[in-house]
Write a protein that binds this ligand. Sequence first.
Ligand code: OOG
Ligand code: MG
Length: 260
Amino acid sequence: MTPETIAHLAETLENAELNAAAVAQISLAHPGITEADGYAIQHEIRRRKQARGARIVGFKAGLTSRAKMRQVGVENPSYGFLADYFALPDGGEAEHARLIHPRVEPEIAFVLKKPLKGPGCHIGAVLAATEFVMPALEIIDSRYQNFKFDFPSVVADNSSSARFVLGGRAKPAEDLDLRTLGLVMEHNGKPFSFGAGAAVLGHPALAVALVVNLLARRDEGLEAGALILTGGVTEAVACRPGDHVNLRMQELGSVSVRFG
Ligand code: OOG
Ligand code: MG
């Protein structure tokens, strides 16, 4: 893709986000789009936001569990960036009118005390660099009609990132077995999905290593203090105005969000 096409598609996708209006999947008009094109578009969206004063607070891994891959029909993990304005307080309200067709998913969040840089980042380096982990709800919102996409298209769309909520208790990773850490996500007071940390690549710290190694392709890394969402442990739940979602995580308490 030419730099002009990349800039044009980044503007189209960012406007779809800012106006909460879905657009056609990019690969329909650009069937030759590659993963590299998708990331070039995503990075141009990141650059546009930073130029307007947004701060990047971290990154998220996407499509790291079988449940998530099955739900959207894409088999490759991806990453996206997290901007400061995506953050909502625990128990806070997400404005449904500013989103297109939001879904909520349960995730294990990492916060770093030391920087991480790939290639060659492994689970040991991730655990040594982690300050603490905590429960998170990610609100994803594909900018594509009907929440339908292929891999390069979802990469271009910042892996559907929209909002996130951190809550519960922060604990050092060494005090927990992140593989057997259990969770229940409730939608409007009813249990919707159940899981354990191992659903994410066998160990959620591997999702952090994955993001670090993918960022290394652009000679980027993660800074101390960075937040990393490791990917939905279970399938995501579609939400309407008035809905609420609560995540209970073993040892780490709960985090919730409602839709206004
Ligand atoms: C893609 C984003 C995936 C996750 O945690 O797997 C993601 C999507 O499902 O729209 O954030
Ligand atoms: Mg997610």
